[in-house]
Design a protein around this ligand. Structure first.
Ligand SMILES: C[S@@+](CC[C@H](N)C(=O)[O-])C[C@H]1O[C@@H](n2cnc3c(N)ncnc32)[C@H](O)[C@@H]1O
Length: 419
């Protein structure tokens, strides 16, 4: 069962070396990948709860490596039904030995045996944010903010750990949706429809044999944000925070026009170019640009503008269970950048043009509060209602997609029109 050790190495990469989840997982041998993925996701999704259980047996843990081994063991003992408890305890002791952490073997053995005997307590699932933080493994500040906004019952439904679907968007510049589905059938790639004709749920490993210029991994929420723009033959679109380019490339396909795709980092501009080349999107102009600084050549030039601003990513905890690991409660610096980008880029819009502001966060301070401040400072703009084909949580400043009601991850979108 070398997957216990593989999971330990991946979690070390994420928690100590600060690697992102997907690249860390991609280093795992394919024959172990499923089990390792299950363990890694399980530990990250239940991190706070696992720490809480372990703290009942070990008072203080100074070494993150020890914490990771105990978390893997505790997750496996409490959630995996197909591996016997003695084997889990043995495997965790072996992980200590394989990694020259001999001093922890006794402690790991003793602590996990107590977990196996269910010798621990969990708090009551009531309205107390401390309790919910432990039971749902989300930071307490996040729970408090959600309760304030959505109320206790809705918050519990939002924060539940559910599985995310692996969705792809069909590149209709190159192939029509039905033709692509026929191609999948011919290649025995199982797929499921979504509410959008151009987005399918597929198995990641099955789709690998299909020509990757014909599709791209893109979430339903991301596609729906672009679909909020009206379909009125624009000639130029600006995507002011565009990398890696998923939305910019979809806009190029959908509106068949030039999309100026900016990003503040050169290496991220290169990602846009690479992505556009792969999907053979010819009308993407990838540009290095700090969108908080005015570019006089852009003033009044664009029919549509997308401000998919940098954000906390707090809505993406289903697909990125590591998102909260280093996240702090204070977003004021980020909020300044978000408002700054919006205040600056709105000048680039033609009269009667439309601007979409979006985030993959469900926190009010990155969403409604930014729009509220923006409208106070820019009286020539107003919010235009967007018609999403799914349920969402709507206020006067925009609409939030929530996992429990929208069937997507958490996104915020608002459409602003210039009078
Ligand atoms: C949420 S991501 C954009 C995702 C992209 N729209 C997509 O769908 O593929 C935000 C991007 O904004 C970029 N960014 C951050 N600050 C910026 C700024 N001041 N000007 C331009 N881009 C910025 C980041 O480098 C990051 O690539």
């Amino acid at each position: 069962m070398s997957y216990f050790n593989d999971a330990f190495l991946v979690l070390k990469d994420i928690m100590i070396n600060k690697k992102y989840l997907s690249p860390a997982l991609s280093s795992v041998k394919t024959n172990n990948r499923n089990m390792v993925t299950q363990l890694v996701y399980g530990v990250l999704e239940n991190n706070i709860k696992l720490n809480y259980i372990i703290s009942q047996f070990v008072k203080k843990i100074d070494d993150i490596q020890l914490q990771i081994i105990l978390n893997i063991g505790t997750y496996s003992l409490t959630e995996l039904t197909n591996v016997p408890n003695y084997a889990i305890v043995n495997e965790c002791v072996n992980v200590c030995k394989k990694n020259k952490l001999f001093k922890y073997t006794g402690l790991v053995n003793a602590c996990l045996k107590k977990v196996a005997q269910n010798n621990y307590a969990l708090p009551e699932n009531n309205e107390n944010p401390h309790n919910l933080s432990i039971l749902y493994s989300k930071p307490i500040w996040f729970i408090r903010k959600l309760i304030k906004r959505f109320g206790i019952e809705q918050t519990k439904k939002i924060i539940i750990n559910s599985k995310s679907n692996n969705t792809i968007r069909i590149n209709q510049n190159l192939i029509m949706a039905q033709e692509f589905k026929n191609l999948l059938l011919k290649n025995n790639v199982k797929h499921e429809d979504t509410i959008l004709n151009n987005v399918l749920i597929v198995d990641e490993k099955d789709i690998k044999n299909i020509d990757n210029s014909l599709y791209t991994h893109q979430s339903l929420g991301s596609v729906l944000i672009v679909d909020c723009f009206s379909n009125d033959n624009p000639s130029t679109i600006l995507d002011c925070c565009a990398s890696p380019g998923g939305k910019a490339i979809y806009m190029e396909e959908k509106f068949n026009c030039t999309v100026v795709a900016c990003d503040i980092h050169q290496h991220r501009v290169e990602l846009i170019k690479k992505y556009a080349n792969r999907l053979k999107a010819k009308n993407i102009v990838a540009t290095l640009q700090d969108s908080t600084i005015t570019n006089s050549n852009f003033i009044n030039k664009f029919d549509k503008i997308l401000c998919d601003v940098p954000c906390s990513g707090s809505g993406t905890f289903i697909s990125k269970p590591d998102i909260f690991l280093d996240m702090q409660e204070d977003f004021s610096e980020l909020n300044n950048i978000q408002l700054h980008i919006l205040n600056n880029c709105c000048k680039y819009l033609k009269n009667n043009g439309e601007l979409i502001y979006s985030t993959c966060s469900i926190l009010e301070e990155e969403n409604d509060n930014i729009i509220k401040k923006f409208l106070n400072e820019n009286k020539e703009f107003y919010v235009e209602k967007v018609a999403l084909p799914i349920k969402s949580y709507t206020t006067q400043f925009g609409t939030t997609m929530l996992p429990n009601i929208s069937g997507t991850e958490g996104f915020f979108v608002t459409k602003l029109r210039r009078k």
